[in-house]
Design a protein around this ligand. Structure first.
Ligand SMILES: O=P(O)(O)OC[C@H]1O[C@](O)(CO)[C@@H](O)[C@@H]1O
Length: 258
């Protein structure tokens, strides 16, 4: 595991964008696995800024998002399709045909999840998977208790996740109860993982994920098994890590992709 602890989220965004830029320089037609939520927002802003300066393009890339709420169409402002259009795809001028998300309003959601997985496998799987981590240790919408070899499927969201994401919904609308997510097994097949976390609220989840037992109760703990994982976190999210783990952290200014 390559652990990078940085001062703040701006620095996280710059290093994250460096890693994505290098991935695309090596393989311009990379399949990028993308995440939503608050965590990657600064990174997406940095990617857009680099795009405007002509340094970063997704022109030949293909993207697959981790998840989508069940019942929300792409025009719903809290859908992840809408989030991605607003924060990344629109500003970067990504051809919509290259950007994939599960269809949250599919008539047969389980079939849609299977089809989404099949579409991903058809392009050869994910080259670089970006991940955030939930307060309860989830990755994608794989909540605690998810099988470590799970595939794309319909999941029931936990009370913690629904409460944490309520802020994205109008007062009179509650967070959906279900979602379609890529599975933990699918995520683990990505050739490279980039896990981001920021803020003290994530400190316990980060320490459980990186130093605790690998268990379905902490879905993110599975990243310990991945051969090419970069964990990029800010100082606040690192506060619960053991001194031994912190000592393993790489000099933030000296990143190099192995
Ligand atoms: O970044 P946040 O908003 O704390 O969310 C954590 C994770 O939970 C999700 O919202 C659910 O997939 C992810 O998109 C995100 O990585």
């Amino acid at each position: 595991m390559d652990l990078i602890i940085v001062r703040n989220t701006e620095r996280m965004a710059r290093i994250g964008a460096d890693l994505i830029q290098r991935q695309l320089a090596t393989k311009p037609d990379s399949v990028l696995g993308l995440a939503t939520g608050a965590t990657p927002l600064n990174l997406y802003r940095e990617m857009v800024a680099r795009h405007r300066r002509g340094r970063l393009t997704l022109e030949r890339a293909i993207t697959f998002n981790l998840d989508e709420y069940l019942g929300l169409g792409p025009e719903h402002p809290a859908s992840y399709a809408s989030y991605m259009r607003r924060h990344l795809f629109g500003p970067m001028g990504l051809d919509p045909a290259r950007a994939h998300l599960p269809n949250g309003t599919a008539a047969a959601p389980e079939a849609e999840a299977k089809c989404y997985e099949a579409r991903l496998q058809a392009v050869g799987g994910i080259d670089l998977q970006l991940l955030g981590i939930g307060l309860n240790g989830h990755i994608g919408f794989n909540e605690p208790g998810s099988a470590l070899d799970s595939r794309a499927r319909v999941v029931c969201l936990s009370a913690t996740t629904r409460a944490a994401n309520q802020r994205y919904f109008p007062l009179d609308e509650s967070t959906p109860t279900h979602a379609i997510t890529l599975g933990i097994g699918t995520i683990m097949e990505a050739r490279r993982l980039l896990l981001l976390a920021s803020g003290s609220a994530k400190a316990a989840a980060v320490s459980d994920a990186l130093e605790g037992p690998i268990t379905p109760e902490v879905p993110a703990s599975v990243v310990q098994r991945h051969p090419r994982v970069t964990v990029l976190i800010d100082a606040e999210a690192a506060t619960a890590l053991s001194p031994i783990m912190r000592r393993q952290a790489r000099e933030p200014d000296a990143i190099a992709v192995s």
